[in-house]
Each structure stands twice: as C-alpha cells, then as structure tokens.
Write a protein that binds this ligand. Sequence first.
Ligand code: CA
Length: 242
Amino acid sequence: MGQNVLVVEDEQTLSRLLTYNLEQEGYCVHHCNHGVVALQRIMEESFDLVILDIMLPGINGFEVLTKMRQRGIKTPVIVLTARNAEADVVQGLKLGADDYMTKPFGVAELLARVAAVMRRARSSDGDAVLRPGQERVITIGGVSIYPERYEVTIDGAAISLRPKEFEVLQYMAQRPGVVVTRDDLMNIVWGFDYVGGQRTVDVHVSTLRKKLENNPFSVRIESIRGVGYKLVQVRKALVHSE
Ligand code: CA
C-alpha cells in the first residue's frame, strides 16, 4: 500500500484532479472538503502528508494547521493558496506548513513537491532515531551537542546548561539559520499541553543566550520580532573587529 495522502479541498474539479494524479503516482489518497472534518480526521488517522486548501467551509486551512500543530501532530503539510496571496504564503509557513502551492499550479510541480516534502520528512525522522550504543553529536560552528549526555561544549570546553536550555539549543541546532517559532519550542520542549505560556520560552532563550555569548567559536540566537528565534554561527569577521 502506498503512502497516505489527505487532500483537503472543497473545489470538486481540483480535488478530483489531485486525487487522480496522486493515485497514478501510487499514493493512497483520502479526500475531505470541510475544515472541521479534516481536523478530526488528521487527529484520528495517520497520514503521511496533508494537502490543505485555505478557503474551506467550517474552519479555514490556517485554523486546521494551527490546531494540528498545537496538538503536536507533525504530519507534513502543503498549503494551497489563492493566486497572488503572498500574505497567505507567509502565514502558512509561519504556522508550520512545509511547502505551498499557489493556484493555479501544474500537476507535475505539485507531484515533485509532494515527493520532496515526503523525502524531507523521512530523512528528519531518521535523524531523530538513536540506535542503542551509538552516540550522536550535533555540531554547529565550534559548538558540539551530545543529546544522550545532555552536554554541550564550545571549542572543546564544557558549558553548563539546564535541561530545558539544552533542549531548546538542541532543537534550534538541528535547524541552523531557520526561524523557529515560540510555539514550536513550546510544543517540542515543554509539550503542547504545558500551561506556562510563551514567557517561559523567552526566559529560557535569554539565559541560554547569555551562556553562549562571548566565545568566538559559539553560536548566536537572533530574535525575529513577532515570530521567534534563529540560531546562527558567530561570524568570524565580527569577532575580529571586537
Ligand atoms: Ca477552497
């Protein structure tokens, strides 16, 4: 049986076209034309990919995406947006979509993106799995992170982090240069049912940042206003000019 794709689209012509072509590629396609029903199915069933239209009856695609991510469901999502709706694209990616397609689009391009998103999802799954007895090290710049020991070194020297600071750093180091939202950190590090609020994230990022700074081999956490944080390598040029 092929991988399960849920197509959430209320335009019948488009959903038929998508279903037909995805089935031709060997995917097992499920279809739904209503936001509330889509969310329900995403929570109850196991899909490998969701293709999600924005304008839907019931609740819209953004709400479906927000709610599924809030519940910790990491199924890859490709968002379908109306033509020239750049704000929709930005919002979709901010809410945790993996890719987007702007209508009208060619089926070949969609199939290529579906395959790419699935490939990325599989390889990041692989990263998360630790085989027994095997130690993984995440390195960025001069920073080495040892997930099994909860230890971090900068240029070979150990630094002391609290467990949540460690987990925040580990998560961000797996996505260098990528903006990580507060919601992501909240859900991943504290769990989606945590009630402490985003202030907790900010406090931990702030103490973590202090522990990382002042080392030319370190990394820096940049704040992206209104969105979240990004981990970057400290630039050598900046270090030299200090
Ligand atoms: Ca629609």
